[in-house]
Design a protein around this ligand. Sequence first.
Ligand code: OGA
Ligand code: MN
Length: 227
Amino acid sequence: MEDESITGALSFDDFEAIGDGLIHHGWAVIPSFLPAATALALAAEAQAHWQAGAFRQAGVGRGAGWVQRPDIRSDEVFWMEGEDLSPTLVTTLGKLDALKQHLNRSLFAGLEDFEVHLARYGRGAFYARHIDQFEDTTRRAISVVLYLNHQWRSQDGGALRLWTTPAPGRTPPSPKTPYIEVWPEAGTLVVFRSADFWHEVRRARRTRLSLTGWFLRRASNPLEQVL
Ligand code: OGA
Ligand code: MN
């Protein structure tokens, strides 16, 4: 059972707005997906994990192709394991899982798994323009980014810039393509189709924390290859 003091009311209005946004635009921004107090409790936990040395410099690519590229991204990430999860995190991940189920029920989205990490951008860190799908797998279907920062101001930099025209096939947006910018304010959630939307994290001028994850579609069924 969800603890609503942590998640806010399990808001089906929010879930429906996200479903509508994904259908009509491919993305959605929900300013108060979580109560700010919950997001700030998660931020305190993230900082404690960081101080305990749990974060690692992020990389790009995966498997044997994984490399650190501080010229592309300079954030640090912490892939959480079961034993690291506090009650607040469990409840928050539960709400995101409920969102995944909602998208499966209402859009037949076929989302099976969820992978998630905490990300920390120190002062000066950024993530250059990219899309979230790897070159060798299309399992990442939907990206979700939940921000954990108290009273973010425009002079703090660190906006998420999301180009709002879908660009399938890994074609980067032309200079005229419109974009939105989202401040990483506590409780705000951004959701977008992982394959189609180029985005970047502008250089942060203060510590910037988020919980970032991907809803994964089913791995291809080996039977499909033989039948
Ligand atoms: C990512 C990413 C966006 C953000 O981790 O892939 O693009 O606003 N994050 O933190
Ligand atoms: Mn990304």
